[in-house]
Design a protein around this ligand. Structure first.
Ligand SMILES: Cc1ncc(COP(=O)(O)O)c(C=O)c1O
Length: 412
């Protein structure tokens, strides 16, 4: 049977996660047509439908991109400055400095905080590898701290135990769009004179105790990777901060260490935000609150309709947290089997992340061993990210839920 008219041959996913964009092939024909379809059942549920997001905003995005191209300002300029001002307002921070991507925003911030060789930076044991790489790129050492298993976010009690005289900074990650518990982290930082840099790559618009993340500490680094809640059409990132000196240093570091053309005060790099991306981001920023609200609706339904499913752990949301549900991540010891069951039914899922950073080959030199960070290792073995995004339809979500329930019967 051929695909229904208008349906893509491939999933339209550009991974809700990071790194190489993933385009997962459609499931096998027989799985999609296996005589289980009631009228109106979706044939394929993409993990994230980027094409639908583009279609919704197409006219405005294309007008903005054309405006940028026709301006002949291809580095910096009005679009970059406009986005920086608008994103600063959105987060509630005083300054926003655009950057080439989230990893660069993190490492620029650390460099601007004078983090370097000999320093330690506390990072979660379960995060996207960029958080660790940013530290390593500065010549400093990432010191892993385990998360609270049910929220996935760094455990402040363990952070307190990990501080040494060499600790320079803490990088909490608002993982999956759920804010980390910032007040105790901030208290530890003040007590020991540490900087706090939020990795807010997954949390555009999330609230911690009614405050937007990204404006509660020294600085926050953002990614606008296409699959993020606020995603560009290529790589892009930013740093937000209330600290004018830090913002200026990052501004210089991202531009050859230069504030005045051809005058370099420090050895900076080329890590600037592209104006065409900035123009498009300005359009998408306007849609972000609405799109986040739809994500919240979807999450609420998953939480309600998947409650009680046997051997399925759902994300726990502390009462002070307003997540933005970049990802909806469940935990189960039967992860691989559940993922296969969903794939056979045409439901695309991803794993964020299958290998904990300390077990990556990239850190083989550091001599970590299996079992050293058991929570991160268990999460890597058990997490599964369900379809989530502002354009997931009610019918698609219902189908995902039914498919999960048909795998794991409701506990009685
Ligand atoms: C938690 C986290 N930190 C950092 C990054 C790095 O962002 P980028 O891919 O834009 O470099 C990402 C996303 O990719 C991320 O999810």
């Amino acid at each position: 049977m051929s695909a229904a008219p208008g349906r893509p041959k491939q999933a339209r996913t550009a991974a809700g996660g990071e790194g190489t964009p993933v385009s997962v092939a459609r499931p096998p024909e027989e799985a999609r047509t296996a005589g289980r379809k009631a009228e109106g059942t979706p044939e394929f549920v993409p993990f994230l439908d980027l094409a639908a997001g583009y279609a919704e905003l197409q006219a405005d995005i294309e007008a903005a991109v054309l405006r940028s191209l026709r301006s002949a300002r291809y580095i910096g300029g009005e679009e970059v400055e406009g986005f920086e001002a608008e994103f600063a307002t959105f987060t509630g921070a005083r300054h926003c400095t655009g950057a080439s991507n989230g990893l660069d925003a993190l490492s620029l911030a650390l460099r601007a905080m004078d983090v370097g060789p000999g320093d330690e930076v506390i990072v979660p044991s379960n995060t996207f590898i960029a958080t660790w790489f940013a530290v390593s790129q500065c010549g400093a050492t990432p010191v892993a701290v385990e998360p609270i298993e049910t929220t996935g976010n760094i455990d402040p009690a363990r952070v307190a135990e990990a501080v040494t005289p060499r600790t320079k900074a803490i990088i909490p990650v608002h993982l999956y769009g759920q804010p980390a518990d910032m007040d105790p982290l901030w208290a530890i930082a003040r007590q020991h004179g540490l900087r706090v840099l939020e990795d807010a790559a997954q949390a555009h618009g999330a609230l911690y105790k009614s405050r937007r993340v990204g404006a509660t500490t020294d600085a926050a680094a953002w990614s606008f990777y296409p699959g993020k809640n606020l995603g560009a059409f290529g790589d892009a990132g930013a740093l937000t901060t209330d600290d004018a000196t830090l913002a200026e240093r990052v501004r210089a570091l991202r531009n050859y260490g230069s504030q005045q053309k051809y005058v370099s005060d420090v050895q900076g790099g080329n890590q600037r935000l592209d104006p065409v991306q900035a123009a498009a981001l300005r359009v998408k920023l306007k849609a972000l609150p609405r799109w986040n609200a739809r994500r919240a609706e979807i999450a609420a339904r998953y939480l309600k309709d998947l409650a009680g499913v046997e051997a399925l752990g759902l994300p726990e949301v502390p009462q002070w947290a307003t997540p933005v549900w970049h990802l909806f991540v469940v935990r189960t010891p039967h992860r691989d089997a559940l993922q296969k069951h969903l794939a056979a039914a045409g439901v695309e899922t991803l794993v964020h992340y299958p290998i904990a950073p300390h077990m990556q080959k990239a850190y083989a030199h550091a001599g970590y061993r299996l079992g050293q960070f058991p929570i991160a290792e268990r999460l890597a073995a058990q997490v599964l990210s369900l379809p989530m995004g502002p354009h997931l339809t009610d019918a698609q979500q219902g189908y995902v839920i039914d498919t999960i329930r048909s795998f794991a019967p409701v506990a009685r």
